[in-house]
Design a protein around this ligand. Structure first.
Ligand code: ZN
Length: 183
């Protein structure tokens, strides 16, 4: 576990409790003395990830969490929210009972969860995992997101949001059939 503030790995556990999402630990960094919360599983899953180029590697929750943190750098997200995503994904993978899984599937699972809590981090992560072909595709994704009502309504887990892009109310009435009789 790396400290989210200074990246040092040495920490002491101040509090530890079982939760359905894994073991919830309150830690204090030995380097900067700041405190943070993590969700952890005791063991990594015995799961092989098949990467896009066909190479295989073992699943590592720590590695996944690291890439999430990179995507979320400077975003107003609690570190606990990120380790919660990792544990959620691990649980889902565990339930699937598979021995091998496509890296893209894991990427999509993370993306789906990230999307609920932070848009900018979501786009950053998605850009890495979905391997956008070009900038046009990237822009389209960003636009679709700005119009996505689920992001706006699901505020439960949101901490701070960037100001909402004013939803452009498209004139959708043109298409209504009721008026076509008036001629
Ligand atoms: Zn620290």
């Amino acid at each position: 576990m790396l400290c989210p503030f200074c990246d040092q790995s040495e920490s002491k556990v101040i509090d530890s409790r079982e939760s359905p999402d894994g073991v919830r630990r309150r830690r204090e960094c030995l380097e900067c003395n700041l405190r943070y919360t993590t969700y952890e599983r005791v063991h990594d899953l015995p799961l092989t990830i098949v990467k896009r180029d066909g190479r295989r590697e073992s699943f590592s929750a720590q590695k996944l969490e690291r890439s999430l943190r990179t995507a979320c750098a400077k975003r107003p997200l609690e570190i606990a929210a990120l380790s919660k995503i990792v544990v959620d994904v691990e649980s889902a993978l565990n339930r699937s009972g598979k021995a091998e899984i496509d890296s893209r599937v894991i990427g999509e699972m993370v993306i789906g969860r990230l999307r609920q809590i932070d848009r900018v981090a979501y786009i950053r992560f998605a850009s890495v995992y979905r391997d956008f072909q070009d900038i046009t595709m990237f822009a389209r994704e960003a636009e679709a997101l700005a119009d996505d009502k689920t992001v706006k309504t699901n505020r439960m887990n949101q901490l701070t949001l960037i100001p909402d892009d004013a939803p452009r109310l498209r004139a959708t009435r043109h298409g209504q059939s009721g008026h076509s009789a008036r001629l």
